[in-house]
Design a protein around this ligand. Structure first.
Ligand SMILES: NC(=O)c1ccc[n+]([C@@H]2O[C@H](COP(=O)([O-])OP(=O)(O)OC[C@H]3O[C@@H](n4cnc5c(N)ncnc54)[C@H](OP(=O)(O)O)[C@@H]3O)[C@@H](O)[C@H]2O)c1
Length: 267
């Protein structure tokens, strides 16, 4: 199916690693003009090197999305260069493990600003460059928005905010023919997960609540993002799409595997 994404201008925050990077490559395969940002020079260099080795030439900028001025300048620069922006995938976020009653105010501010405030600001700053021709905004939620892990409280709160922001923006931007949706991953093999849940709890723990009994790969989120961004999803807006291998959809997801004597895949 032709998704009509060729030459579309696509901006991805947190596009140099994990889910964001996999999504950048899916859009590049569709012939889109892809611009990513993240903070660290190492990740940007490695992203550009990988892209070049695959024959792609995306652009990548060093931007901290939690800083209003940096985010605004970045979006304005891209918008003014191309004259418009067709698609925003707001994906940048930080995980943070701490019980809420032990959390420091600085950490609260950092996570709220990086994960939630930046999503709202991105939509606001991009509007002047999207409102004439219409477009698509995809935010990155998390299953933690619905069922949180207690020790990752502030992260879960930001993702609950993303779910609400998705629906509110979908309503507010519908008159401009801008659709707003979110993807809501379960456990996906990325640096964020390797450094948090996989390190502290291990792979079987990460898989046990999903009926597919495995974690996902970044490209398994990337492809649905491309779908939501494309005209194939032209009547879908305000949706938060779970991409989790069926996490928390039954109480005993491991039971059929055990009862049928089939070993679980984990990855
Ligand atoms: N992996 C999962 O299981 C999972 C589950 C649910 C939801 N999610 C969500 O999926 C998204 C991507 O996560 P991931 O697992 O792919 O994580 P990841 O591998 O850690 O990648 C995160 C990306 O965001 C960038 N980033 C972080 N803070 C930033 C900031 N302040 N400004 C700009 N860029 C920033 C990082 O680059 P720099 O370090 O260079 O800034 C990196 O490119 C996040 O929104 C996350 O909450 C992931």
């Amino acid at each position: 199916m032709d998704l009509h994404l060729k030459n579309k201008v696509i901006l991805i925050t947190g596009g140099t690693a994990g889910i964001g990077k996999a999504t950048a490559f899916e859009f590049l395969k569709e012939g889109a003009e892809v611009i990513v940002c993240s903070r660290s020079k190492n990740k940007i260099d490695s992203f550009l090197k990988d892209a070049e080795s695959k024959g792609f030439s995306p652009s990548a900028f060093s931007v901290d999305v939690s800083k209003e001025n940096e985010l605004k300048s970045f979006i304005n620069e891209i918008g003014n260069t191309y004259g418009h922006i067709d698609i925003l995938f707001h994906n940048a976020a930080l995980g943070h493990m701490s019980y809420l009653t032990q959390l420091k105010k600085d950490a609260w501010d950092t996570i709220i600003n990086t994960n939630l405030t930046s999503a709202w600001m991105s939509a606001k700053f991009i509007l002047p460059f999207m409102k004439t021709a219409g477009g698509s905004i995809i935010l990155t939620c998390s299953l933690a928005s619905k069922i949180a892990t207690t020790s990752v409280g502030v992260y879960a709160i930001t993702k609950s905010g993303i779910a609400s922001l998705t629906r509110l923006l979908a309503s507010e931007l519908a008159p401009y023919k801008i659709r707003v949706n979110a993807v809501s991953p379960g456990v996906i093999s990325s640096d964020m997960v390797k450094e948090t849940v996989l390190k502290t709890k291990g792979l079987p723990y990460a898989c046990h609540s999903a009926v597919m009994q495995r974690i996902g790969a970044p490209k398994e989120v990337a492809k649905p993002v491309v779908f939501l961004a494309s005209d194939a999803a032209s009547f879908i807006t305000g949706e938060v799409l779970d991409i989790s291998g069926g996490k928390f959809i039954v109480q005993d997801p491991w039971a059929p595997w055990e009862d049928f004597g089939i070993s679980v895949p984990y990855i």
